[in-house]
Design a protein around this ligand. Structure first.
Ligand code: FAD
Ligand code: DHB
Length: 393
């Protein structure tokens, strides 16, 4: 078998890349290790930047986003028992964020892929890549009890942080890594959201975040140690801690309801430079990880694959490798800006076990400054809604 672009990983990055390539008439095969339901059911991102929402809309996969997604024109920062509104749209020339679960994004992209009839294989195993320094790189994998070989013009490594593509880049890459001394305990609850906007809380007991998925479902997180055992947290204890951290002096608090799902995620910042070797190109979490506080991971994955789709299009249309050669450098500029912002949001809002009372006072002062200076608040808004990105390709 041969394809133009062999895509390893059928998460948001792999599916979106396959979709964009299809629109340009470029063949691809998507190989995904898990089954279809597992990929849909994974509860992860919830916030799309304006650019990601625009890209979905413009490429014909935005119908449900506009039906059931929620446009948010502002967000709250909560500290000292008070919520402070950050008017995102007003400060960013009309841009907004969209609360739309990663599950829904993945469903939309899967449906689009299936409608094209192009290959999307689930439950493949033992995926490995060869000959990336030649013009005929090869992917080997097992599926349906048989061994398969797929030659490609290019391979796109969209297989997330624990995939096989990053290690296959070889020795000529540098990794930049930072781990944080905390993680997030996240729940989905059957409770109507009690606020129209998301609430990021910096509290003396630690960070907490109020979000949502629909008019009936609330999504909440709070900071815990990175290796926290979720079994130590019965639902009542989770609600008790959520309410302690989130309740504000005006009496605002999240509505309580049955917990539908709970898990713990560790947090890290990680960048691979360059994001390619030979004809293997990484995109999304395979190349970089951000702590979720800035809501950037899925959006960065979308930005990477847009650049990659543009570069492949230029290669096939004009036999020009210029954009492919510049892919890593171009992508990394946005990646590092998102890294900076995600790190900054994280260290400003979380309580570090390595910090002291001085650090906490400094964080509160940072938040006080941001919410009282239009210049500082504008900087937060322009980063949170997403830095400019041209969606033409
Ligand atoms: P993944 O989603 O990890 O997909 C990779 C796929 O590759 C997976 O389906 C995996 O099964 C498959 N795979 C792995 N290895 C192989 C292999 N060997 N062969 C074949 N397939 C393989 N981002 C935001 O933008 N906004 C948010 O609000 C946000 N909130 C988040 C909240 C939490 C709690 C977490 C954990 C993350 C959040 N993120 C957010 C980040 C976002 O979820 C990720 O950045 C996003 O999933 C990256 O997509 P991806 O396709 O690059 O990687
Ligand atoms: C959600 C996740 C985030 O990482 C974030 O910063 C905001 C919201 C969410 O899951 O809704």
């Amino acid at each position: 078998m041969h394809t133009q672009v062999g895509i390893i990983g059928g998460g948001p990055a792999g599916l979106l890349l396959g979709h964009l390539l299809h629109l340009k008439g470029i063949d691809s095969v998507i190989l995904e290790r898990r089954d279809h339901e597992y990929v849909i059911d994974r509860v992860r991102a919830g916030v799309l930047e304006q650019f990601t929402a625009d890209l979905m809309t413009q490429t014909g996969v935005g119908a449900r986003l506009h039906q059931i997604g929620m446009r948010h024109d502002s967000v709250y920062l909560s500290f000292g028992g008070r919520r402070h509104l950050v008017p995102l749209s007003e400060l960013s020339g009309g841009k907004a964020i969209y609360v739309y679960g990663q599950n829904e994004v993945v469903k939309d992209l899967m449906d689009a892929r299936i409608a094209t009839g192009r290959p999307l294989h689930y439950e493949v195993s033992d995926v490995s890549v060869y000959d990336i320094d030649t013009t005929r790189p090869l992917i080997r994998y097992h599926a349906g009890g048989a061994q398969h070989e797929l030659t490609c013009d290019f391979i796109a490594g969209c297989d997330g942080f624990h995939g096989i593509c990053r290690p296959a880049l070889g020795d000529a890459v540098t990794f930049y890594d930072k781990t944080y001394p905390f993680g997030w305990l996240g729940i989905l609850a059957e409770a109507a959201p009690s606020s129209e906007a998301l609430v990021y809380t910096c509290h003396e007991r630690g960070f907490a975040l109020f979000s949502m998925r629909s008019p009936k479902i609330t999504r909440l997180y709070f900071q815990v140690p990175p290796d926290e055992d979720i079994n130590k947290w019965p639902d009542d204890a989770i609600w008790d801690e959520m309410l302690k951290r989130m309740t504000t002096k005006d009496g605002w608090k999240p509505n309580v309801g049955p917990v539908l799902n709970k898990n713990v995620t560790a947090m890290r910042s990680f960048v691979t430079e360059p994001m390619c070797a030979g004809r293997l190109y990484l995109a999304g979490d395979a190349a970089h990880i951000v702590p979720p506080t800035g809501a950037k991971g899925l959006n960065l994955a979308a930005a990477d694959v847009l650049l990659l789709a543009r570069a492949f299009t230029e290669f096939y249309k004009y036999s020009n490798s210029g954009l492919l050669n510049n892919y890593s450098e171009t992508a990394l500029q946005r990646v590092w800006r998102a890294q900076r912002f995600s790190w900054w949001m994280t260290q400003t809002l979380h309580l570090s076990p390595e910090g002291n009372a001085f650090d906490f006072k400094r964080q509160l002062t940072d938040l006080d400054y941001i919410t009282s200076s239009k210049a500082a608040m504008t900087s937060l808004a322009e980063n949170y809604v997403g830095l400019p990105m041209d969606i033409e390709f």
